[in-house]
Design a protein around this ligand. Structure first.
Ligand code: ZN
Ligand code: FE
Length: 254
């Protein structure tokens, strides 16, 4: 089982350390910056072995080169975006199993936010590192992809087990909840999650990771194939891509 440490950095980014105790492997997922990662490694007396990237954006890869140089860490990232991942050593792609110490991650290509975005699913630990593809009650903006691509990408993640912990890369949940209510106002699971998020934030606690089973019920971006969501948007049911596109469009303007 992985031991996972959450490090809040910059305004709202989360960087994660993942420690695989049998082998001693230590990975950092999407290091925006190096210094807070170095401090946490030092505090725990862990030696970094891997940098694990989901996509090329600077708030996910900004610490790559410094961490690689300091620890001789291996940088792992998306094959489809090899050229844009600083210091990449190993590239991985859809359906592959990547071995991290003694635990393996299944890789999913999840284009939409960027064209080469990937997610890592550690089945044994029930941990999903999904970068900026899925957030709690939200999803990433479509900078380099289409609604159809993003809907298909979210469909892969949505199919994972209910007890999967969703380690997304940003604390956007409160604002996402405010928006979600406008498109899915009668969803009791959404109302419950919004109340929980409010309580957590009032205590200064993170709302991430969330559980995939909860996201499936409350996150409007995972519910574009639900007739009640289409109805609330005034769209015909049966075209989830059109519903997804409309939810994304409204969120961009929210
Ligand atoms: Zn991003
Ligand atoms: Fe980001």
């Amino acid at each position: 089982m992985l031991e996972i440490v959450q490090i809040p950095v910059l305004n709202d980014n989360y960087v994660y350390l993942a420690h695989e105790p049998l082998s001693g492997a230590v990975g950092v997922v999407d290091p925006s910056v190096a210094e807070p990662v170095e401090a946490e490694l030092q505090r725990r007396n862990w030696r970094l072995t891997h940098v694990i990237n989901t996509h090329h954006h600077a708030d996910h890869t900004g610490g790559n080169l410094r961490l690689k140089a300091r620890y001789a860490a291996t940088v792992v990232g998306p094959r489809a975006d090899r050229a844009r991942i600083p210091g990449i050593d190993i590239d991985v792609g859809d359906g592959e199993e990547w071995l991290f110490g003694r635990e393996s991650a299944r890789v999913y290509d999840v284009p939409g936010h960027t064209r080469g975005h990937i997610a890592y699913w550690f089945s044994e630990s029930r941990a999903l590192f999904c970068g900026d593809t899925m957030f709690s009650l939200g999803c990433g903006r479509l900078f380099e992809g289409t609604p159809a691509q993003m809907w298909a990408s979210l469909g892969k993640l949505r199919a994972l087990p209910d007890d999967t912990r969703v380690y997304c890369a940003h604390e956007y949940t409160e604002n996402n909840g405010r928006f979600a209510r406008t498109v899915d106002p009668d969803n009791p699971d959404l109302a419950r999650r919004i109340a929980e998020v409010k309580r957590l934030r009032a205590q200064g606690l993170p709302t991430v990771p969330s559980l995939l089973g909860e996201e499936r019920r409350a996150n409007p971006f995972l519910r574009a194939d639900r007739p009640e969501l289409a109805r609330s948007l005034g769209l015909p049911a049966g075209d989830p891509v059109a519903v997804f596109a409309e939810v994304r469009r409204r969120k961009d303007a929210f």
